[in-house]
Every structure is written in structure tokens, then in C-alpha cells.
Unconditional design. Structure first.
Lengths: 506, 349, 310, 331
């Protein structure tokens, strides 16, 4: 037994029916350290965390906190023992206000009743600490996933916890928010909190963590000091073989012929009151247009207008040169547009249907209910895409809700890719996806473009946007500020535009 | 079929055995006037309207909806058909009966479309949207019949419940045919999956291009049609339309049947075979109360206790507890060797 | 009853002033054909008598009747009449009516108030008596017969006054003859389908049924269908007694499918309007007015059928 | 319609958060409806008619309050109508047996709470759907009424009679019944509990997302079971108020009242999916239903079936308007 460990998990095994999610895994957390938990999608990271906080009972193994064996009955008990957790999918109540979500269950009280003024004050304080500029009384559901993620983090760091668990807290955040978060994490580390951190961003892990534990297929690969391991070694520990994912994806700039072709989709003055101001945008076949901007800059809003998920109240759209009015997603799909939404839990995943049914859902919907995709075809599609995207478990009959977050995302991508759209709109397609899969997805997008699909690509990772895009539309405060093309698509340039709004209008 | 076997059949079996114990001739079936006759046949025959109503309800519930107007539509369809027949110059001709039946079905379809309009188009919560029809509809039925029981003497109309196909009561044949049709359609087309998708996550379905509005619309129309057929059966059974009482509280029994069948009221996954089983269980329970001679003043308590028992025994949580206890008792050595494969996820919902 | 008379003397003068009388009438609901005929009779008679009718349907709920009576008081009608859903629980609102000096008439069913000054009169049938009449016929019909007589009973809605009373009166009377035995009794909810389904089950469990007693015609008519489907002859193999005497029932009686019907007359309208006028004018009326009711056998039914109104 | 929407929005002021909008719209429509009645019938728009609305519906208010708790967690309680009937039966039977009235009231209230506790525990711990558990509860409670007695039992206990016949003067000619005061207190307590206690906030959180509420470390079990206890106790209390109203116990009392309660809650703007709604909305819902009834009885010439159709139509007009206005308000 490690006397200095604050949390010590030994020999943890968990099975969900036939799926062995964890097998004899060990994990130690020391006070005053940031410990990264690494592994591919479905490796068992979230499950390990949920065992620690008592969400899942363990089949075998022991958990000790400060040397004492514990078996938490649930998150409430874990919280009471000083373990504060941010779970992977945002787990807050969208119907309540931001402030309440921050303090639910530990609202300041006066004479037995909730002191609402105190709640507001406290909430403002907590938000201020993370430099978040939101109205604490606004309903949480009205905010983007990124903001909700920040609220969840704020909630977790609000309490004086001994252990802070962060399961992919940064998946939707952009650089400045991540920096903000890390500042907080460092401060907590200095004050002796043990922090467990999960992320698929290798750079972030190396930046913040002191030690790491690597899982693969539910088994422990090893524990390493961050200083002693290289990026390449880490990836091969996670993946189990050598992988050239850290090479930058080389994408040839758009073929000059592209300009000659009529745009797949062209928007002029497209906007919606309160959501996004009028935007002009044209996407040509084979072209990848990136949308860049900070959190809340209106990228998602624009994407939703392009897809008819929300109705635009100004502007025109043409598809293939013909004017259209996209009143419903259905109309957009008929026009050859596909949209993978940002909030996969609420807007993408049909949890109680199988992986297969989820993969063919959009294709089936566009064929109409009368013309069912034959079972053999469904199986074939599912098998091919499960293999292509390395979806795990590789079982087309598994319920999508039981897959790990990253694997769910892959299924949603497959849903749209099989419809072979003319325009593919991807809002944060690589959110929560492991390094290997991320490279695969980037390659897929590049390949789609090469085959003539037009792509609108949104990602919180500017790197990714810049690397993939032929053109980048920069948004700021829900307003377009610039469009960069060709040589100008460059990380520094984009960052500068985002930061300053740029005098230069495109 | 496999689906059916996974459903809880035992409450039905237990009830049947209880009857057999009280009445040894319970399973006896004989031919009477070219038609099968016996308690089992009664259960099927009397259960047919409930089974149909529950079938429509199943699909509505699968889309996260609920239809409280089922009982009312039963009353309306009987009222319209019987009033039409009784007030026509030729109240005994098959043609009149057919027109009356057609009218009833058409009106029911319109009422279903109305429900669908409120739910799908206006986005009103299903329970309140269908409550409107539940309240007003019975008044409508009474308006049609002028509050009287309309008696008809029409051989063709009486035949809906009185005649038999190959000795099997027509009601049973019709109900079976509709079940088969729905099973076929939902399996052979994508309707089943799309209905489930809409029920599980409406927003995701909409963004995936599923025409959720028309699907919701369709299921309400279908539910109303099922109820209308049930109404025709019920009124044909007594050759009269009773706008005041026909189908009263039928919606609750229909919902109960759906849930006994394993479909969750939260929408999504549904089971048609389960609903059939649920409807038969409820009808058997009713018949049992009559034939075992439960006094009316305790019959509701009896019904409540049976329902509670059924659900307790069926609850996954309880089953898991029992399984664990049994395992602990059966094999004293650590259970590592006997990795019982858990039931496929999702089947029990 | 003197206090009651005193209240009546200061009744509001609208009627006396020559204007049309206003009658607030709260009906139980529209749960049966009988009830509908009752409503119609009241409405027609009011029209004929030149009385303005405020009609309210309670949909079988006592609280709705109470609300309606309150609103009648609010609207200051001249007389209130109602058919109580249940016997108990009327004191409070009747007290309010009394305070407002509005006379009250009960129709069809009584209330169990101990304070009889709360209403002027009760016009209606006696359900227990109906049960007795049904039993009496059976006792006479089987008099001198040999061996036990197996009776099955189709009860009305569980807990409703007619169901309880008709059962009671019947049971009390047939006790005279130890051969008469009720072997099964179940509720058919006053409906034809109910009657049919329950009878089907009875026929399976009890192969030796001699007599069916149904608390209303409708259940009896439903049971006839079941008996015929079982290959027996209603009226012959199984004797049938019912209550109400609605047209369809009378037809079946005339056809010999029912053997005896005890009348329960819904056409109280004209009698009620008479009482309303008297009460409004402050005249004394008897505390209890029993409706004129009779019984029918096949011959009587044939004679009465052509002139049957409902 | 647009004009009304405008007015509603105007009256509500720009700063009314969208979550209050359904209640505000309901209130505006209620006022409109009541004013309409006042224009159409003389002596309608009097203070006492308004108060009668409360007097005649105090039990429904209490019932709707309990139902609001349940529905806020995303559940439903179908047993309430039968529990009201059972409460009247138990009260009447015990009084007939000579129990002291205060003890009777206590027994009824505790009984209702225990009944709710049992249902809540089954729902939460055995994970059986609320609809079914409470449907079984509905059958059971109604069935127990029959077991106690088939006939109605009159109550002549002096305390019960006094409470039933007391009119609390409000000045002028106006009065309310003690039941109205009880209902008012219940509403006040409910508002307090829902908005000023952690339990109340947990109720909302559970309705918003039970999974999240659990992961946030809230006392989900306490909330989910608790709301059924509250609903059971409210039903029993409503049963007592109903007993005062009727001065009798009867097994066929309050048939279908659960639908009235649910309708009132939903009309009041509470979502059946849980997590959103207010007790005051439910009170307004009860008043709306009551107004519909009152209009009907003032109309006075409707046949039974036209009454039903008109109730349905008024309900329809109401929910459609409410829906349309609330939608515009948000947009
Ligand atoms: N409730 C469940 N039922 C069945 N299987 C489950 C359940 N939860 C998780 N699993 C399975 O357990 C395995 C581990 O999942 P887990 O969520 O821990 O992965 P992860 O490492 O967090 O992945 P990601 O990076 O994608 O979030 C996966 O194969 C997943 O499909
Ligand atoms: N329904 C809504 N009501 C009110 N505000 C909203 C609503 N939806 C989004 N917003 C706000 O609109 C702004 C734009 O959100 P959007 O999701 O487009 O941002 P984004 O650029 O996609 O950034 P990210 O996805 O990183 O958050 C955000 O501030 C968000 O909080
Ligand atoms: Mg995870
Ligand atoms: Mg976004």
C-alpha cells in the first residue's frame, strides 16, 4: 500500500453484461498532483471514474481513500467524502438557471431556507473566478455545450474538494478557456488537491499532468511520470502499436479548378435575429470551409441556419445555383446537405436504438419509411463503417447509449457519411475522440473533399481547422469578421483575427 | 415469436389455471351453430376490441404520446354507424350497414387526424390534446344518438361480432389480421424503427431528417381507426350503440395492456406481441372475476392486487434481486465460474 | 314540517309578480337512456308549463351538482330541483338555499338529511319497492314449483343507489321461498355490453341457470344475446326479470324474451312542474310524492308498446 | 390573437423570464375568460362568484398542488381521485364508529401519506413506471372504498358539520369556506417548499434530468419518493376538504378527479416531462376549469351532450391560445 496516496484503486473489474469494461485496473492519486488517465475511446476511463464515485458497483477490487476502504453508494456519498467530479457528458439540469446548476444541493441557506441573493452572489463569484461572462439567472439549456461544460467545471471547483476528477473537461473548449481552466487546476494542485484529468489532447496532457495512467481495452498498461515519456511512447502505449498519427496531415490546397464550379451552397445575408448577423458564404465542391471563432461566436448558429435546423429570418440561400428555402432539416437533406450537430447527446444519439439503426437512420429517413433499406445492406453498411472508424465494441446490435462517448461520435459521423451528401456540415466532429480516431476522421474529411464533397468544418481546435480548411470564415460576437483563403489560412492570422476582430474586412 | 416468448406469459397462464381449478370445463371448446364456443373463445372474442385499442395505443406511446380519446372514439364510431343504420330507409340491408361502417371509420380517421394536428402541428402535450376529444367526443356521440341507446336490426352489422370465419369469430379474425398486418408493416418497412427513433429522441430524429410530424400524425390516425373498429365490434356485439357507456375507461385498460406488454410510457422501444399478451391478460382477468365469482365489491381490490403482482414480478429490479438470491443459494462457491449472460439489454424495457 | 311552511311563505315574489317562474334543475348526467328520457321529460314539461328552465348536467359528480345549486342560488332562481347523485352530503348547500329562501324539490332519488325542512318534497320512485315487485313476481311464478330455482343477478353500477336498493328489495322478498337461491351476482354496470359479458361467463360457470334478474332492461337485453349465443332460449330456458320498461325492453317482453318488467318511470316532468308551481306559490305539498308506476308481463307489454314514448 | 400576444408580452414586461411565460399567459387568458363570462351573464362578474370558484374547488386546488410536485419530477399520480374517495370513506366510517373527529383527520392524513410512500418506494426502488404503480393504487383505493361500504355514509359529527357550514366573512357580502383557507395555506407551503428548500430544487432537478441529478450528488431518492408522499398527503387532505364539502363518505366520489387535477396542472403550464412549472400555474389551471364549469351553469340551456362539447371546446380554445401565445412570446 502506498501510504502517500489519497485515492488508491486496486484490481478494479467491471463488466456490463458480456462486455468486460475494466479488468483488474489500478490507479493511485496523490495529493498535489495532476494525474492524467489516458486511453483510446472505450478504453474504460469513464467507467473507472464512475466506479470511483459509486455510480457503478465494482465486480472485484478495492477502493481506498486516505487508506480507508470505501464503497460509495453513489455520487452524493463520494462528494461528501471530498471527491468532486465533472463527468464526461455535461451532466447538469438544462431547465434550471446557470447559478442554480452551480450550487444545486449546496445552496447557501438562511434560517433553513435558500438565500437566493446569496446564491446569485456566490454564483457570480464562482463564474468570475473562471472569467465567465454569463448571466447566472439565464437558463442553462440556452447556452452552448462549451459554456455548459464550463459551468460543470465551475460547479466542481466551487467546493473545497480533496480530489477533483475531470473527465474530458476540455473537449469543447477553445484555447483561451483551456488556459483559464489550467490556471485554476494549477492553483488547486498547489493547494494540495489531487486531480484526475482525462483528455484526448496529447498536448494538454503534457502541459498539465505530472503522472499518467494508461488504459487499453479495459486493462492497465502502466503508470508513467509525464517527464519520462515521449508523446510517441504514450500514443503507442495507448494504441498498442506504433502509429504515425502525430505526423501532420498534409492536405493539398484546393484545386484551382474549384473556383470555376458553381458553389454547392451559397448564402447571402443569411442571418437570424439574436443568433447570428447576416453572413455571406459560398462553399464549392471539394472545398473545406472552416468556421473559426471563440466560444459563443455564432459558429453553431450559422451551421444550423445552413441546415434549416433553425429558420433564417434574413438572407437567401442557393443550392447548386438554385434558390431554396430551408424550413426544415428534411428540406436540407433533400438538397444534399448533411449536418452532424455539436450536442451529440441531445441532438444526435438515439440512445435506445442499436448502432446499426443509428448508422442508417438518416439514409433511411431520406428514403422514406416505405422503402426500408434491406437488412443485408444495413448489415454491410454497419460492418464497413464500424471497421473503417474502428468503432468499439464492433457490435452492430449494441445499443448506442451504451457506447463510450467517442464511439458514439463516430457512429454519428458514419450516419452522415453513408448518405454521400454534397455538402457536409460538421460541428465539432472530433469532440471527445482519441488521437488515432481523430486522425482517421481528419483523413476522412480530406478524402470526402477530394471526392468532391463540400465541407463546412467547425472545431474548437484551431489547429485542426487551419490544417483542413481551404478557406476559413472567422466569426466574432456572432458576426462575420473576415474570410481567409489560400495562403492566408494560417494559424497566427486566424488567431489574430479572432482576438482583435481585425480591421481587415474580407 | 422469440419476442413473444421473452414476454411475461406466466400471469396469463396463472389466471387461466386459476379458472381451470374453479371450473374444470374451462378449456372446453365446442362447436355451437357453426361457431366455436367456450370460455377461451369468449376471452378472445371479448378481448378483441381491447387488443385493437391497445395496438393503436402502443404506436402512439412509442412516439412518446398518449391517447386518452380511445374510449370516446369507440363510442362515436358505434353511435355513427348505428344511427346511420337505424335512421336509413332500409335499416336491414347490408349496403346500409356498409355505408354506416364506412362513415364511422372515416369520421374516426378525421378525429385521429385532429389529435395528430394538435400534437404534431401545434405541439400541445398529448395528454391534454387528447383530453379535449375525450371530453367533447362523448358529447358528440350523445349528440348523434340524442342520448338514447340506438338499437339496430341489421344482419350484416350483427355479423361483425356474430359471424365466424372457419368457426372462428370474425372479431378474433379481424383483430388477428390487424395485428399481423401491423407486425408485417413495422417489420418490413422502416416505420417501426422510425417510430422508435421519434419516441426516443425527437430532436435527433428531426435533425436526421425523419419526418416526425407525419409519423406522429399517422399513429394518431391509426389509433383512432383501431378504436373505431373496436367500437364497431362492441356495438355489434349488443346490436346497439350506447353513446353514454361504450368504451368508458377503455383507454386506461389499453394503456395498462401496453405497459404489461413491456412498452415504456417514456416512448421508444415497443412490443406488439407484448401488447397482445397484455390485452389478453387483462381480458382474462375480467373474465376470471366473473367466472370465479369475485363479489363486485372486492373485484377492484382483486384487480389491483393482480396488477401489482404482475408488475412486481416483472420489474427488472426485482428479477435481478431474485436471480442474485437464487444464485447465492444455489452455488455456494464464488460465482466466477457461472457467468450468467445477462438478458440482452433492451429486451426488458 | 311547520318551519318549512314558514320558509315557503316568504318565497321570492318573482313567480307571484306574474313573470315567468325560473326553475334551476340539476341533472345527474346522461349515463343511460332512462336518464335522457327523464331529462327530456323535464325540459318538455317546463316548456309546456311556461316555466323558464336553467338546466345543468353534473356528469355523475356530486360536487358538480353542488356547484350548480350554488350557481342557481347566485342566479336567484325561483325554485331548485335536482336528482341527487347520492343520498348523503347535501345539508350544507341545501342550508344555503334555505337561507336564500329558495325552495328545493328532490326528484328521482332521496337525500338522507335528518332535517326535512331543507327540501319541500321528494318526487320519485322507490327502488327498494321495485326490487320487491320483481321478487314478488318470481315468488308467485315459482309457487308450488318443485325443487330449487337457480337465480343469477346482474347488478347495476357497484355502489349506486338503484343497484343497492333493487338488490335489497329483491333479496328480502325471495327469502320467503327457500327454494329461490341467487347463485351468482355480478355487476354489469347498467350497460348492455356489461350484461352480455357477465352473462356469458355465468353461462359457462353455471350450466343450470333458471332465472335471470337484471337491475335494468339494458343489461337484460345484453344477457339475451349471450343466452341466444349459448344456444338457449331466453324467456323459456331462462326466465328473465328486469326493471325500467324502456321501449327495447318492452319489445323484448312482447316477444317473449323477457318475462316480467317492473316499471321505473322517467317521465316525471309534468308532475314536477305542478309541484314547482305550487311550491313557488307557497302552497303546502306532501313530503313524498311517489311516481305512478306499474309492472308489465307479456300481455301488458303488447298492449302498452304502441304508445310507449321512450 | 396577435394583439393579445402583444398585450400579454407587454403586461409581462420585457424582463419576464420565459419560464414564467406560460403562467402569465394562463393568467391573462383566465382574466379574459372571466371577463367574457361577466359580459355575457349578469351577476357573473361578482366577487362572490369568484370566491365560489375557490370554495367549490378548494379540494381540487390541494390535489393539483400535490400533483404538481409529482409531475415536476416527471412522474404522474393517477391514484389521487380514488384516494380522495377513500379518505371520505375512512373518515365517515370512523366517525360512524364513534372516533373523535380530530383523531379521524389525523388518521386520514397519515394514511394518505403512507399510501403515497408505498407507491413512491415501489416507483423509485423497484423502478416500475409511475403510471402503472399509481394506476394500481387507483384501483386499490377505489376497491377499498367498496370494501368499507357500498352505500354512502352520512356524517353528522358536530365538528365536521361546523367546519362544513362555517362561512368566513371577508367583509361586504363576501365569504369563503374554511377549506379555502386551508387550500391557501397549502399553496403557500408548496411555493415555499418548491422555491426555498433544497428538497424543492431537487424536485426540479430530477425533473430536468434524473441522471444528472444523481451524478450531481443530489438526494434523488428522497425527492422521487417524497413527491408521492406529498401527493398522497395532499390527496388525503383534499379528501378531508371534500368530506367537509359533501358531509358524506361515498365510494363513487371523485371518479375521474385525477384527470381534472392533471388537466389543471398542465393547463397551468407545467410540462408533463417534468422540470418546468409552478404551483401557482396549477392553481390558475383549477380556476380555469372552474370557470368553464361556472360558465356552463350560467348558460343553463345546454343539454348534457352540449355541455360536454362546450367543455371540450373551451378547453381546446384555451390550450391552443396558450400554446400560440407562449410560442410567440418566446420567439
Ligand atoms: N452502461 C453500459 N452498458 C454497457 N456497456 C457500457 C456501459 N457503459 C460503458 N460501456 C462500455 O464499456 C466500455 C468502456 O467505456 P468508457 O465509457 O469507460 O470508455 P472511455 O474510456 O471513457 O471512452 P471515451 O474516450 O470514448 O469516453 C466501452 O466498451 C463501453 O461500450
Ligand atoms: N436558445 C438560445 N437562447 C439564448 N442564447 C443562445 C441560445 N442558443 C445559443 N445561445 C447563445 O448564442 C451564442 C452563440 O452560440 P453558438 O453555439 O453559436 O456558439 P459557437 O460559436 O458555436 O461556439 P461554441 O459552440 O464553441 O459554444 C452563445 O453565447 C450561446 O450561449
Ligand atoms: Mg469516457
Ligand atoms: Mg458551437
Amino acid at each position: 500500500m502506498d501510504r502517500s496516496a489519497l485515492v488508491e484503486m486496486t484490481g478494479i473489474s467491471v463488466a456490463f453484461g458480456p462486455v468486460q469494461a475494466l479488468q483488474s485496473v489500478d490507479l493511485r492519486l496523490h495529493p498535489g498532483e495532476v494525474h492524467a488517465l489516458m486511453g483510446e475511446n472505450g478504453a474504460g476511463k469513464s467507467t473507472l471514474i464512475k466506479t470511483l464515485t459509486g455510480v457503478h458497483p465494482v465486480d472485484a477490487g478495492e477502493i481506498r481513500v486516505r487508506g480507508e476502504p470505501v464503497a460509495f453508494a453513489g455520487p452524493a456519498a463520494a462528494q461528501a467524502a471530498g471527491i468532486s467530479t465533472v463527468y464526461q457528458e455535461v451532466n447538469l439540469c438544462p431547465n434550471l438557471s446557470v447559478g442554480e446548476n452551480l450550487l444545486l444541493g449546496r445552496e447557501p441557506r438562511r434560517a433553513g431556507r435558500i438565500d437566493w441573493r446569496g446564491v446569485r452572489r456566490r454564483a457570480a463569484e464562482v463564474l468570475g473566478r473562471l472569467h465567465l461572462d454569463v448571466d447566472p439567472s439565464s437558463p442553462l439549456g440556452a447556452h452552448s455545450i462549451a459554456l455548459q461544460q464550463l459551468v460543470a467545471i465551475a460547479r466542481a471547483v466551487e467546493v473545497e474538494a480533496r480530489v477533483l476528477v475531470l473527465d474530458e473537461p476540455t473537449s469543447s473548449l477553445d484555447a483561451s478557456e483551456v488556459a483559464e481552466l489550467f490556471r485554476v487546476v494549477r492553483r488547486l494542485r498547489e493547494s494540495g488537491v489531487a486531480i484526475l484529468f482525462v483528455s484526448h489532447f496529447i498536448e494538454q496532457v503534457f502541459e498539465i499532468s505530472d503522472r499518467m495512467t494508461v488504459l487499453r481495452n479495459g486493462r492497465l498498461v502502466g503508470e508513467y511520470a509525464t517527464a519520462d515519456i515521449s508523446r510517441r511512447q504514450l500514443v503507442s502505449a495507448m494504441v498498442g502499436r506504433e502509429l504515425e498519427v502525430l505526423e501532420q496531415l498534409d492536405r493539398a490546397p484546393a484545386e484551382p479548378a474549384a473556383d470555376a464550379e458553381p458553389p454547392v451552397l451559397a448564402a447571402t445575408g443569411l442571418g437570424r435575429r439574436g443568433a447570428i448577423e447576416p453572413v455571406d458564404l459560398a462553399v464549392r465542391p471539394g472545398e473545406v470551409v472552416g468556421l473559426a471563432g471563440l466560444l459563443g461566436s455564432g459558429r453553431t448558429e450559422l451551421a444550423r441556419l445552413l441546415f434549416g435546423a433553425d429558420r433564417a429570418d434574413t438572407g437567401e440561400l442557393t443550392v447548386g445555383g438554385r434558390p431554396v428555402r430551408l424550413r426544415t432539416p428534411r428540406a436540407a437533406i433533400d438538397a444534399g446537405i448533411a449536418f452532424s450537430p455539436e450536442d451529440r447527446k441531445a441532438e444526435g444519439v438515439v440512445a435506445d436504438l442499436s448502432v446499426r439503426a443509428n448508422i442508417v437512420l438518416a439514409m433511411q429517413a431520406s428514403r422514406g419509411w416505405m422503402r426500408r433499406i434491406p437488412r443485408r445492406k444495413q448489415d454491410e453498411l454497419a460492418r464497413r463503417w464500424i471497421e473503417l472508424l474502428d468503432i468499439r465494441p464492433a457490435d452492430p446490435d449494441a445499443l448506442l447509449g451504451n457506447l463510450s462517448g467517442g464511439n458514439q461520435q463516430k457512429v454519428l459521423l458514419a450516419r452522415w457519411l453513408i448518405t454521400q451528401p454534397r455538402l457536409l456540415i460538421l460541428d465539432e466532429p472530433t469532440r471527445g475522440i482519441d488521437v488515432g480516431a481523430k486522425a482517421q476522421i481528419q483523413a476522412l474529411v480530406a478524402e470526402q473533399a477530394r471526392e468532391g464533397t463540400a465541407v463546412v468544418f467547425i472545431s474548437a481546435e484551431l489547429d485542426e481547422v487551419v490544417r483542413l480548411s481551404d478557406r476559413v470564415l472567422v466569426l466574432r460576437d456572432r458576426r462575420p469578421v473576415a474570410q481567409l483563403a489560400g495562403e492566408d489560412v494560417e494559424l497566427d492570422r486566424v488567431m489574430e483575427l479572432i482576438a482583435t476582430g481585425g480591421g481587415a474586412r474580407a | 415469436m422469440r419476442d413473444l416468448l421473452r414476454r411475461p406469459v406466466w400471469p396469463l397462464v396463472a389466471l387461466l389455471l386459476l379458472n381451470l381449478a374453479v371450473m374444470p370445463s374451462f378449456f372446453a371448446v365446442r362447436l355451437q351453430d357453426g361457431r366455436l364456443y367456450g370460455s377461451l373463445i369468449d376471452i378472445l372474442h371479448n378481448g378483441a376490441p381491447l387488443a385493437l385499442a391497445a395496438l393503436g395505443m402502443t404506436l402512439v406511446i412509442a412516439t412518446r404520446g398518449i391517447d386518452l380519446s380511445v374510449g370516446t372514439v369507440v363510442a362515436i364510431s358505434g353511435a355513427v354507424a348505428c344511427t346511420w343504420i337505424a335512421s336509413s330507409p332500409d335499416p336491414a340491408s347490408p349496403g346500409t350497414a356498409l355505408t354506416g361502417i364506412g362513415l364511422a371509420l372515416a369520421l374516426a380517421a378525421a378525429l385521429g387526424a385532429w389529435n395528430g394536428f394538435l400534437v404534431a402541428r401545434l405541439g400541445i402535450q398529448p395528454i391534454i390534446a387528447t383530453l379535449v376529444l375525450m371530453t367533447a367526443g362523448r358529447g358528440l356521440a350523445q349528440l348523434v344518438t340524442d342520448g338514447q341507446i340506438i338499437t339496430v336490426n341489421n344482419g350484416f352489422f350483427a355479423g361483425i361480432s356474430g359471424s365466424a370465419l372457419l368457426a372462428v369469430p370474425l372479431t378474433v379474425v379481424v383483430a388477428a389480421a390487424v395485428y399481423a398486418l401491423v407486425a408485417l408493416v413495422t417489420r418490413r418497412t422502416a416505420l417501426g424503427t422510425l417510430v422508435e427513433a421519434v419516441g426516443i429522441n425527437p430532436e435527433a430524429s428531426r435533425l436526421a431528417g425523419v419526418r416526425s410530424q407525419s409519423i406522429v400524425w399517422t399513429v394518431y390516425v391509426f389509433a383512432a381507426l383501431c378504436a373505431a373498429v373496436a367500437g364497431l365490434m362492441i356495438s355489434s356485439n349488443v346490436n346497439a350503440a350506447d353513446a353514454n357507456n361504450a368504451g368508458l375507461w377503455l383507454e386506461l385498460d389499453a394503456i395498462l395492456a401496453v405497459v404489461i406488454g413491456g412498452t415504456s410510457l417514456a416512448g421508444g422501444r415497443y412490443s406488439i406481441a407484448g401488447t397482445l399478451l397484455g390485452a389478453l391478460t387483462i381480458q382474462t382477468l375480467t373474465t376470471t372475476i366473473y367466472s370465479v365469482g369475485i363479489p363486485p365489491e372486492v373485484s377492484l381490490v382483486f384487480k389491483a392486487l393482480v396488477v401489482i403482482l404482475v408488475f412486481l414480478a416483472q420489474a427488472p429490479k426485482v428479477r435481478a434481486l431474485m436471480r442474485r438470491r437464487r444464485r447465492r443459494r444455489d452455488d455456494a462457491p464464488p460465482p466466477a465460474a457461472t457467468a450468467v449472460p445477462a438478458e440482452t439489454a433492451g429486451s426488458g424495457r | 314540517g311547520g318551519g318549512g311552511g314558514g320558509g315557503g311563505a316568504t318565497a321570492p315574489g318573482a313567480g307571484a309578480g306574474g313573470e315567468a317562474l325560473t326553475l334551476g334543475f340539476s341533472q345527474v348526467g346522461a349515463e343511460s337512456g332512462w336518464r335522457t328520457a327523464n331529462t327530456k321529460s323535464v325540459q318538455d314539461a317546463a316548456g309546456a308549463a311556461g316555466i323558464e328552465l336553467q338546466f345543468s348536467d353534473a356528469q355523475q359528480k356530486q360536487e358538480n351538482q353542488i356547484k350548480a345549486i350554488r350557481s342557481f342560488i347566485q342566479q336567484r332562481v325561483d325554485v331548485i330541483a335536482f336528482s341527487p347523485v347520492v343520498e348523503s352530503g347535501w345539508d350544507t348547500v341545501l342550508m344555503e338555499a334555505k337561507r336564500a329562501n329558495i325552495p328545493v324539490i328532490l326528484t328521482d332519488r332521496a337525500v338522507d338529511s335528518t332535517d326535512t325542512t331543507l327540501y319541500k318534497t321528494f318526487l320519485g320512485s322507490d327502488f327498494v319497492e321495485e326490487g320487491r315487485k320483481a321478487g314478488q313476481w318470481l315468488v308467485e311464478d315459482t309457487a308450488g314449483g318443485s325443487g330449487p330455482v337457480n337465480i343469477v343477478e346482474l347488478q347495476g353500477t357497484t355502489g349506486s343507489a338503484p343497484a343497492i336498493d333493487r338488490q335489497e328489495g329483491f333479496a328480502e322478498t325471495i327469502a320467503q321461498n327457500p327454494d329461490l337461491k341467487v347463485i351468482a351476482s355480478q355487476t354489469g354496470d347498467f350497460t348492455r355490453s356489461g350484461g352480455r359479458q357477465v352473462m356469458e361467463a355465468f353461462l359457462k360457470t353455471h350450466p343450470d341457470i333458471d332465472v335471470l334478474y337484471a337491475h335494468n332492461d339494458d343489461m337484460g337485453l345484453g344477457a339475451i344475446e349471450a343466452i341466444e349465443a349459448a344456444g338457449k332460449v331466453p324467456g323459456t330456458d331462462i326466465k328473465i326479470i328486469t326493471v325500467d320498461a324502456v321501449k327495447d325492453g318492452m319489445q323484448a317482453l312482447a316477444d317473449g324474451k323477457i318475462n316480467y318488467i317492473v316499471e321505473c318511470n322517467p317521465l316525471l316532468g309534468p308532475q314536477l312542474m305542478d309541484l314547482v308551481k305550487k311550491v313557488a306559490a307557497g302552497e303546502e305539498v306532501p313530503q313524498r310524492v311517489v311516481t305512478e308506476e306499474t309492472t308489465f308481463d307479456t300481455a301488458a307489454a303488447k298492449a302498452a308498446l304502441p304508445s310507449r314514448q321512450y | 390573437m396577435t394583439a393579445v400576444a402583444e398585450r400579454v408580452r407587454h403586461a409581462a414586461g420585457r424582463r419576464v423570464p420565459t419560464r414564467f411565460l406560460p403562467v402569465v399567459v394562463t393568467f391573462a387568458l383566465f382574466v379574459l375568460m372571466f371577463a367574457g363570462g361577466g359580459l355575457r351573464y349578469e351577476s357573473f362578474a361578482s366577487g362572490q362568484v369568484l370566491l365560489n370558484l375557490l370554495i367549490d374547488n378548494s379540494f381540487l386546488v390541494v390535489l393539483a398542488v400535490g400533483m404538481t410536485f409529482v409531475i415536476l419530477t416527471g412522474g404522474i399520480d393517477l391514484s389521487v381521485g380514488s384516494v380522495v374517495a377513500l379518505s371520505t370513506m375512512v373518515a365517515a366510517a370512523l366517525l360512524r364508529a364513534g372516533w373523535s373527529p380530530v383523531l379521524v383527520m389525523l388518521v386520514v392524513l397519515v394514511g394518505g401519506a403512507v399510501f403515497g410512500l408505498a407507491m413512491g418506494a415501489v416507483i423509485h426502488y423497484l423502478e416500475i413506471q409511475p403510471f402503472i404503480v399509481t394506476l394500481a393504487g387507483m384501483f386499490l383505493a377505489r376497491g377499498l372504498c367498496y370494501v368499507i361500504d357500498l352505500e354512502s355514509i352520512p356524517i353528522d359529527d358536530p365538528l365536521f358539520r361546523t367546519i362544513a357550514q362555517t362561512a368566513v366573512p371577508l367583509g361586504g357580502e363576501l365569504f369563503v369556506s374554511p377549506s379555502v383557507l386551508v387550500a391557501t395555506v397549502v399553496v403557500a407551503i408548496a411555493v415555499y417548499v418548491l422555491h426555498l428548500t433544497r428538497f424543492g430544487r431537487t424536485v426540479y432537478a430530477v425533473g430536468g434530468n434524473p441522471q444528472s441529478a444523481m451524478l450531481m450528488g443530489l438526494r434523488v431518492a428522497q425527492a422521487r419518493v417524497g413527491v408521492y408522499v406529498i401527493s398522497g398527503a395532499c390527496s388525503a387532505l383534499a379528501g378531508l376538504l371534500f368530506t367537509f364539502y359533501m358531509l358524506s363518505g361515498y365510494s363513487l366520489h371523485a371518479v375521474g378527479m385525477e384527470l381534472d387535477a392533471i388537466a389543471a396542472v398542465v393547463i397551468g403550464g407545467t410540462l408533463l416531462t417534468g422540470g418546468s412549472g409552478f404551483v401557482l400555474g396549477s392553481v390558475l389551471g383549477v380556476l380555469v376549469l372552474g370557470t368553464i364549469q361556472t360558465i356552463l351553469s350560467f348558460e343553463g340551456t345546454l343539454s348534457s351532450w352540449w355541455s360536454r362539447i362546450v367543455i371540450g371546446l373551451l378547453l381546446l380554445v384555451f390550450v391552443v391560445l396558450q400554446r400560440v401565445l407562449a410560442r410567440r412570446g418566446v420567439a
